[in-house]
Ligand binder design. Sequence first.
Ligand code: AMP
Ligand code: ZN
Length: 136
Amino acid sequence: MKDDQCIFCKIANGEIPSRTIYEDEHFRVILDNGPATDGHALVLPKDHYRDLFEMPEDLAAQAMKTAKKTAELLKEKLHADGLNLVQNNGEVAGQTVPHFHIHLIPRYKNDGQTIAWNATHPDDAQLDAVLDKVTK
Ligand code: AMP
Ligand code: ZN
């Protein structure tokens, strides 16, 4: 399943050139062209799924295996001190390209980047209310 209008479908399937660091039957891993740090890469499935919710479970599991393999490659080759995995689903969550992807963001001491959210401070009752919603 490809989407003719989707740039990541075209990149993943080699119709648009990309800086590919890994490729197999189901995935292509490319360098992000607006990187947060050196080596910022994207795991792209070759089939079109908008987000995690549309991904079949098996393919999602394979995407994580691919992320691990390429994270190890990036860490070793670029001597990263750490690495963030980021995966956005939906505009409200910061997704700008509606084709599932996992960001691999190698981190270096003093790289000046922050991948952050603002912690809130719910009380016990508020946390319990959420737990109830999710589990009951
Ligand atoms: P997200 O905001 O999670 O949807 O991430 C989309 C990412 O895709 C951003 O980090 C962009 O820099 C990156 N991106 C968009 N177009 C291209 C492209 N043609 N080649 C490489 N990376 C891209
Ligand atoms: Zn696509």
